[in-house]
Each structure stands twice: as C-alpha cells, then as structure tokens.
Design a protein around this ligand. Structure first.
Ligand code: SF4
Length: 252
C-alpha cells in the first residue's frame, strides 16, 4: 500500500463499533470479502487491510469477485492487480448467472435472481475454500434502501442483518460498514488510490433500488430527519408497535 495508507479516525471508530457491537470479527477468522469491483467493496478491502494491520483480534482475509458472465469486457485482471497492490489475495469466480437471468427474465426480477445466485456462488466458494466468514460491503444507505424496498415491494419489515449464520454452508455473513454512510464511503474511496472496475450489466441504472434511492434522496432534501429516522426505524425496541397477525377463521 502506498502513501495514502491512512483513514481518518471516524472510519476506524465506525467500523470497530460494528465489529465489537455485533461480534463481526473473532480470533482466527478466515474472511472472504465479496469484491464486485465497485467503490464500496474496493473500499471495504482497503479498510480491512488497514484494520488488520493493527487489530488485537488476529484474522486473515482475501477477496473474491463473482463474474456474472454478461460481457467479456469485465476486466477481472484489473481487479486482481488492485488486490495485489494492497497485498490481498484475489479469487475470480466464473459463473453463468447471466444465462439464468435471461432465461427467467419474463417472470422474475432480474436483480433478485442475480443477487440470489451471486450470494450463493460466493458463499459456496468460501465454504469450499476454507473460509468461515464472508464480508459484504453494504453501507447505511444500502441498508435503508433495502428496508424501504422490503416494506414497499415485499410487504415485510426486514432490515439487512449485521451478521447471519448460514447453516447449509457453515458460513457467517458479516456487514462491517453499515455505520458508514454512502457519502463516507465515497470520500474514503478517494483516499485509496484504487480504480472502480465496471461490470457491464444491461439492467443497471434502471432498477427498483435506483428508484427507492432517488425517493429517499428527494425526501431527505425536504427534511433532514428522513435518513436518521429511517436508520432509527431499523432498530428493534420498545417503540416498535405493529398490528397483530391476521386471524384466520377455521370454517369447518
Ligand atoms: S443491475 Fe445487473 S448486476 Fe446489478 S443486481 Fe441487477 S442484474 Fe445483477
């Protein structure tokens, strides 16, 4: 890592707060970071490298990119080079997820299909290669968008978990960046000297997530409390009050 190997204190504070509050990193963890080539996951890789260098909790980590297979233009060699510049091991996982998306496009949301198969490929790879955790680079804005999308499009109150154990693969998925806002990540990314590697996808830019993101952006312009209120609403607690479940009458 070069001269810019430095992150302001607030980044360390927010990432360590998550690590301690939710027990995200434990001694001798072998973590695989999901690295898409976008700013968020590149930043997580960079930040983890710095955190690892002084952490009192010993752990190792490498990164893995799931190639969805939409285009040969996805420059995975560039991702490998950037990992090498950080001294982080890099794995490229080739898949045919693009074909599955095209087959199911008529009746299913392409992004939902894509996310499901990408997560499955990453978790399976981690489990088969001796990792016990997978780290994902969701930040707080991602969490808020997911929360609102779930309410609006799935009718369920569901917040992205900080830590999830998957019994089928034995992998624990962690999200160490959810105390950082997207703004924090954008600013932090500029310090890394790394370059985003675009993965071509015909569906990007016009997704349900993009619409919800814009909605939050518009509402937050009118009222600064929208984001903190959404973040507060994702917490369980005494002020959570929901309708009781539907009573189903047995007619027999
Ligand atoms: S935009 Fe493309 S790459 Fe992103 S989740 Fe949707 S289908 Fe997958």
């Amino acid at each position: 890592m070069g001269k810019k190997n430095h992150l302001p204190k607030q980044y360390h504070t927010k990432i360590w707060r998550a690590i301690y509050e939710f027990g995200l990193i434990e001694p001798d963890d072998r973590i695989l970071v999901g690295l898409s080539g976008g700013k968020d996951s590149l930043f997580l890789t960079y930040a983890l490298k710095i955190i690892q260098s002084y952490s009192a909790i010993p752990f190792t980590f490498e990164a893995a990119t799931v190639d969805i297979g939409f285009s040969d233009l996805f420059d995975t060699a560039r991702i490998e080079e950037q990992c090498a510049s950080l001294g982080v091991g890099c794995h490229i996982i080739g898949t045919h997820i693009a074909d599955i998306i095209e087959e199911r496009r008529e009746d299913e949301n392409p992004c939902a299909v894509c996310s499901y198969f990408r997560r499955a490929a990453l978790n399976r790879y981690a489990s088969e290669h001796g990792f016990n955790k997978v780290a994902l680079a969701h930040h707080q804005d991602d969490a808020m968008e997911t929360f609102l999308m779930n309410i609006l499009y799935s009718g369920r109150v569901y917040a992205l978990p900080w830590k999830t154990y998957l019994s089928r693969t034995g992998i624990t998925v962690i999200r160490p960046m959810m105390y950082l806002s997207e703004k924090d990540v954008v600013k932090g990314f500029k310090r890394t000297g790394l370059e985003v590697v675009e993965a071509f996808c015909p569906y990007s830019g016009n997704t349900t997530r993009a619409k919800v993101k814009q909605l939050i952006l518009d509402l937050a312009k009118e009222n600064r409390k929208v984001r903190p209120n959404l973040a507060a609403a994702m917490r369980d607690g005494d002020d959570v009050e929901l309708w009781p479940p539907i009573v189903r009458h047995n007619r027999s």
